[in-house]
Design a protein around this ligand. Structure first.
Ligand code: NAX
Length: 328
């Protein structure tokens, strides 16, 4: 039998994890023949709620769930982990300035980066879902000097899936007909969902849609502000879809992307497409053998260029802010 893969998850008593943990334990992440050990991190006051979640995991009797470890010390919980999902983060409270938000998250992602550095397995892959995800990933990787930077990603797959869904609705086709969508930049309202390189039923999506007004005043704001629309409608932020996207990202990173398609992943920039080197920014990526690479040679027209530059500028500003706070 295969050895269990050790999977760390933070924010494990939160709403995304109430969906995410059960998907991981069911085999949706790594396949139907790969046992997993869950190593769940929470803050001390949430450990009791986490016990309840673990009771439910037990009650699911998942054949692939080898064991569950819980705790509030990242140095213990991250011991030997092969995969780490950093979901827990400090949300923006009313009246909180961006600097305060970055500082509060620095207090989480700096020690977690250090703990991963000191205790994770040599092959660890880290995916940050907790917001501000891109810059939290930058903080974590900057505090993990012994782990290659490319092992830290942030989640823009939810934005990618949202964009694919909106394109399918507009074109009146099943979402399975949509491919090669790209999210560029930050997981924020400045993100740029690119349809100029996307395809619908094998044809250029921009040509199938052929509606620049829809692109600018409907599609872009719908994808960029989808999180707020879900909160408005549901009274709570996206959770099941965020968990699904988190699974999709790590699944594809470990097991590879589909032939002829790519996915959106926020990765440390190598300067491709004029994106400032070192920031964690979203690109079109393919994966193979557990490694990602940025898809080269995509068309960037003037419209796309301006949108990408604006989102990258925001990420550069965030990096300056966390630099001045001594977090990176
Ligand atoms: P919840 O508030 O339900 O859960 C967060 C959990 O994290 C809480 O249980 C809290 O106790 C825990 N936590 C806080 N600090 C921690 C620490 N230092 N160590 C371990 N656990 C800690 O939020 P939820 O709805 O689950 O969302 C989690 C994060 O995902 C938020 O930052 C949210 O903004 C972000 N999202 C990111 C998305 C993306 O696409 N990148 C989309 C969905 C979501 O908005």
């Amino acid at each position: 039998a295969k050895q269990p893969v050790k999977v760390a998850v933070t924010g494990a008593a939160g709403q995304i994890c109430y969906s995410l943990l059960f998907r991981i334990a069911s085999g949706e992440l790594l396949g139907p023949d790969q046992p997993v050990q869950l190593r769940l991190l929470e803050i001390t006051p949430a450990l009791k709620a986490l016990d309840g979640v673990v009771m439910e995991l037990d009650d699911c009797a998942y054949p692939l769930l080898d064991s569950v470890v819980t705790g509030d010390d990242p140095n213990v919980v991250f011991d030997g982990v092969n995969l780490a999902f950093l979901v827990g983060a400090r949300p923006r409270s009313k009246g909180m300035e961006r600097g305060d938000l970055l500082e509060a998250n620095g207090a989480i992602f700096k020690p977690q980066g250090r703990a991963l550095n000191d205790h994770a397995a040599d092959d660890v892959k880290v995916l940050v879902t907790g917001n501000p995800a891109n810059t939290n990933a930058l903080i974590a990787l900057s505090n993990a000097p012994d782990i290659p930077a490319e092992r830290f990603n942030a989640l823009t797959r939810l934005d990618h899936n949202r964009a694919a869904g909106q394109l399918a609705i507009k074109a009146g086709v099943a979402v399975s007909e949509v491919s090669q969508v790209t999210i560029w930049g930050n997981h924020s309202a400045t993100q740029y969902p690119d349809i100029f390189n996307a395809r619908i039923g094998g044809r250029s999506a921009a040509e199938v849609v052929d509606d620049q007004a829809w692109l600018e005043s409907d599609f872009l704001p719908t994808v960029q502000k989808r999180g707020a629309a879900i909160i408005e409608a549901r009274g709570a932020s996206s959770a099941a879809s965020a968990a699904k996207a988190t699974i999709d990202h790590m699944h594809d990173w470990v097991l590879g992307t589909r032939e002829g398609d790519w996915v959106s992943m926020a990765v440390p920039s190598d300067g491709s497409y004029g994106v400032a080197e070192g920031i964690v920014s979203s690109f079109a990526c393919t994966t193979s053998g557990g490694a990602w690479s940025i898809v080269p040679g995509l068309e960037v027209n003037d419209f796309s260029r301006a949108k990408i530059d604006a989102s990258v500028a925001e990420l550069v500003e965030e990096r300056e802010a966390v630099r001045s706070l001594g977090l990176v």
